[in-house]
Design a protein around this ligand. Sequence first.
Ligand code: GLN
Length: 533
Amino acid sequence: MPETRYVFVTGGVASSLGKGIISASLAKLLQARGYSVTIQKLDPYLNVDPGTLNPYEHGECYVTEDGAETDLDLGHYERFLNVPTSQANNVTTGRIYQNVINKERKGDYLGKTVQIIPHITDEIKRNIKLLGTKHKYDFVITEIGGTVGDIESLPYIEAVRQLKWELGHRAAVIHLTLVPFLNASGELKTKPTQHSVKQLLEIGVQPDVLVLRTEHHLDQDIRKKVALFCNVDSKAVIQSIDVKTIYEVPVKMQEEGLDEIILKKLELPVEEKPALKDWKGFLNKLNKANKIVKIGLVGKYVELADAYKSIIEALIHASTYNDRKAKIELIHSETLNPDTVADKLKGLDAILVAPGFGHRGIEGKLEAVKYARENNVPFLGICLGMQCAVIEYARNVMQLPDANSREMNHKTVNAVIDLMEDQKNVTDKGGTMRLGAYECKLKEGSNSFSAYNSELVHERHRHRYEFNNDFLETYEKAGMKAAGCNPETGLVEIMEIPKHKWFVGVQFHPEYSSTVLKPHPIFLAFIKAAISE
Ligand code: GLN
C-alpha cells in the first residue's frame, strides 16, 4: 500500500470505555487482511512517561523491547497484534512539551513566539506521522487518551482536526461513547452520545464512525437516531456490547463490520472477510476450558487488578493453552505473616510473587515464598518476586538471617541483592532503571531451558537491583542455582531450586511478551507444573 492511512480513536461520555481494546481489535482485523498495522497511544498528562507513576494512579507500567516505560494499553496492542511496540507508540503531553522546549532552547524557532498552536500541535502531528513515514506501516491507529471535553486533550483533538484536513481520504475518526441503560424506565439513552459528538464538532472534528458501548443490543431505530443527530451513516453506528473476555471484541467488531466501514472510508478495497482461524481457536479453548487451575498472585497493589494487567493476561494465555480456566486469587502481601500464611495460601495450585518497589509488604512476600518452597507448590517469582526468593533462601536455608536487598535496608551486611554498579551514581528517577530487552543464556537441564527449549533468549527488564554474584557459589552449594545469566555482564537472570517441583525466579518480566497467539514459555511451564500430579 503506497500511502499510510491514519485512524484516530477518541472517547466520550465516560473514561475507561475501552478505547485501547477497540483500537487493538480494529488493528487485529486489518492485520488479518494482510496490512501492517501499529497502534499508538497519546496520553494527555504532563509526566514524561508513566514510569514514575504509582500503579494506584495509572495501573501497570508496561515496558517495550527498546526500553520505553509506557501505558498499559501498549500491552493490549502487543497481545492482540503479536508485533512489538516501541517508544514511538506512546507519547505524553510531558514528552511533547519537553521536545518543544528543548527545541526552543536550542534556538530552533528563530525568535518566533512559541505557542500551543502551531508548535505543540505540530509536535503532536510529527509524532503521529513518524510511525507512518519512518516505520512505513500501512495503518497507524492513534488512540487519544482521556475524554473529549477535557482541557488536557484539546491540543490532541486540534491536531486530529488539522490532520483530517491535510490527509483527506487517508484519515478517519472513530468516536467511542457509552449508551447507558436506565433500569427505572427500561430504556437505552443516546443523549450523552449526542452531547459528546457535539463537543467534538465544536472543536471541528466530525467523527466517521461511532462505536457505542452498551450492556444491551442496540436496534436499528436507535442506530438511525444516533446517525441522524451526529451526521454519520447509520451503518457506521455500531455497538460494542459487553462480552465475557476482551479477546472476543475483535470477533464482535468483525460482525459489526468495523474494518469494512473503515476500509471504505479510507478508499481501500473491501475484500473477503478474514477467517481469524487462530484467534477463534484460542477463544474456543478459552471458552471450553472448565477445569480450574488456582493461582495465587501475591502483591501489594491487589486492590487494583490493572496494576498486574500483563501478569494476569499471561496467566490466562498459559492456562488456556494448558486447557485450564485460570482462577487467579489476588493476595495482599501485607496480610501474610507466619500465623496467616498457611490459611491464606492453602489449596493453591501455584504461587506467583509479583514485581514491586520499596519495602512495604516485603515480609509477606517472603512468607509466600517460604510457603511455596516448603510445601513444594510451583512457584514463579518475577523481578522483586525473584529477589524475595533469593532473600528467603539465604535467611531460612543458608542461615543468613540478616540477608536482605539493599533496597530494603541500605546498611545490610549480607546484601544478597545489591544495587547494580551502573546505578550507583544515578539520582534521577525517570527512565533511569535497567530497561528493555537483554540477552539471557540458559543452563541446560534447568526448568527454564526446558521451558524455552533454546539456549539464548531475550527478555525485558525494569529494575535497579541485581543478584549479588559474590554469593553465587554459596547459593549453588546450598541448592539454589543460577539457571540463566546475561552472557556479557554475568548478571544473574534466573534462579531455580532443582530439588523443588518447579521453583523459578526471573529477574526479567516474561509477562510483557506473552501474546494470545504466542503464550510465554515460562508461564506455560509454570501452569503445566501447577496441574501436573
Ligand atoms: N525494586 C526492585 C529493583 O528495582 C525490583 C523491581 C521490579 O520488581 N520491577 O530491582
